[in-house]
Design a protein around this ligand. Sequence first.
Ligand SMILES: [Cu+2]
Length: 175
Amino acid sequence: MKSTAERMIRNLSGQRRSWQGLRAVASALLLLLVCAGAAQATNWNVQAGGSRLEFVPRELTIEPGDTVTWSNLGGLHNVVADNGAFRCANGCDGQGGNGAPSSQIWRATVTFNQPGTFGYFCEPHGQPGGGMYGTITVNGGEPPIPVTLNGRLIGLLLGLALITGAALALHRSRG
Ligand SMILES: [Cu+2]
């Protein structure tokens, strides 16, 4: 009788220990998930003009959702997308601003959500791919964050189910 009771207590405490372990693993995974979801968009700076008729850096690689801010360091410049998606200087056309070339010390910010390579140029000093021009490459391949989170969540739940199943099976085979 005593040994049976001891075994039961030992089993119970073992089970509790394994559940505590599982809970710790689950908490750690959830924390990772939350951190991954909190990834911040980055703002990138590109200088326009100044001492040279150039955009610096000319080529820039960013992530979807990042923003690019062009700053005029001096001279008559603007920023126009090859595909017509934006035309900016003192703000952007169609967004309450004026994209006409300006020698003011302007700043203009554009958000890039779609993967791909986007060329742009300054109207007075460049054309697509020539003169005062540049490219923004937006990395692709990664689905939007909500889909990523859902995918991770499903993977996490499947993983937890597998771990739980294995732990239970192990526990049962021991008992
Ligand atoms: Cu220019």
